[in-house]
Design a protein around this ligand. Structure first.
Ligand SMILES: Cc1ncc(COP(=O)(O)O)c(C=O)c1O
Length: 383
């Protein structure tokens, strides 16, 4: 039986058409070590990676020369934060940040004394307005503003372009793990200093690869240093990109898959995917909203949204309900804190968390209706 996959906040399933083929092709035909030799397989690997870089940059409005590949969003967030936050610096964040941001920040707070200022946001979703972020930035000299583009718990979209405009010249770093591929992003006009994306969520690529886009003015020091195949006479990292930030053998197979995914997304068009996910998530909100014992968490009808929706059902354990959905209804979604305890504290859903449905480009009305029916049955005691 077909699985009803509603966990796109965690990772995509299925991946974009063409991803698996591109990865197999890379392994079979282009699997030399890029930049480490002049023979045909090394050149083919380097070409495949550069072609993938072009695809990713074209989709997200980045400069291919400042579009970097690494193991994932977590790696790039750590890199940017550790590079810019030293003793005596201050960072401003929203109350909705993922642990991929908060854990490196708490570590930097403990070992470098970095000052972390959290903007709570005045509405029920915890999304701060640009004015609220600017007011927090104005309270003390600030090195960086670090914002999720959308909450991975509620799907609420943060006004990152408006923030970048009002806090300039303070650099704004955007964690687009939840939006890249499902919300149109033009990095060149966003006003952000850097944009970090996972390859395996809305971008529909494989796990194990993520990307960092840098604006022309914003530099980052490497978190990891090592061989690049270039300037091998030196024991210092090369100054030029991408080599400065891409030490070690590149994940060419991941890049090939991600490039194929971005090529498919460009043809399919992100605005069409966004429209589709919007319609389905609103259908879900409407259906679940009619069940008296269900509470939509952090949901605001008119607010900009991704395909994610969090909810709880009175008297039902989130984990048990998720397991029951999987076992009896073939519905896959996630229960718990979704690696974002700060967001749950802000929403009032800590420590039990929520059930999170994450809608993707291949979901249908029938998928959403199956979830609504199942939750209604569970709420009526048929679990
Ligand atoms: C908002 C947000 N940021 C960062 C990450 C980390 O992404 P990755 O696990 O791909 O490194 C996630 C993953 O769930 C996320 O939702």
């Amino acid at each position: 039986m077909r699985v009803i996959y509603l966990d796109h906040g965690a990772t995509a399933f299925p991946r974009a058409p063409g991803v698996a083929n591109a990865m197999v092709r890379f392994l079979d035909e282009a699997s030399g070590n890029p930049g480490r030799g002049g023979h045909r397989l090394a050149v083919a690997a380097a070409r495949a990676i550069e072609a993938a870089r072009e695809e990713v940059a074209a989709l997200l409005g980045g400069d291919p020369e400042r579009t970097l590949f690494g193991p994932g969003a977590t790696f790039w967030l750590n890199t940017v934060l550790a590079s810019h936050l030293w003793h005596g610096t201050r960072v401003v964040v929203s109350a909705l940040e993922h642990n991929a941001v908060m854990r490196p920040l708490r570590w930097l707070e403990a070992c470098r004394g970095v000052d972390i200022a959290v903007v709570p946001g005045s509405g029920p979703s915890g999304v701060p307005t640009a004015v609220e972020v600017a007011a927090c930035v104005a309270e003390a000299p600030t090195t960086l503003v670090m914002l999720s583009h959308a909450s991975n718990v509620t799907g609420a979209v943060l006004p990152v372009a408006a923030v970048a405009a009002v806090v300039a010249p303070v650099p704004v770093v955007v964690d687009a793990a939840q939006t890249a591929g499902s919300l149109c992003i033009d990095f060149s006009s966003l006003g952000a200093a850097a944009l970090v994306c996972s390859g395996h969520k809305g971008l529909l690529g494989p796990p194990g690869i993520g990307t960092l886009l840098l604006s022309p003015e914003f530099e980052v020091q490497p978190l990891v240093r090592g061989g690049t195949g270039s300037r091998s006479e030196s024991e210092e990292m090369p100054e030029f990109l991408p080599d400065r930030l891409e030490a070690g053998t590149s994940n060419g197979v991941g890049a090939a898959g991600l490039g194929a995914a971005c090529s498919w997304l460009r043809k399919r068009k992100v605005e069409v995917i966004h429209e589709h996910e919007q319609r389905l998530v609103r259908r879900l909100a409407e259906g679940l909203g009619e069940i008296p014992s269900v509470t939509l968490q952090g949901w605001e009808d008119a607010a900009p949204h991704t395909g994610i929706l969090s909810f709880t059902a009175d008297g039902v354990d989130n984990g048990e309900l998720a397991a029951w959905l999987d076992r009896t209804r073939d519905i896959c979604l996630r229960a718990g804190l979704h690696c974002a305890p700060a967001a749950h504290r802000r929403l009032g859903t800590f420590p039990n968390g929520t059930l999170r449905a994450g809608i993707g480009p291949f979901n249908t009305d029938a998928d959403v209706d199956s979830l609504i029916t199942a939750i209604r049955d569970a709420a009526d005691g048929r679990m």
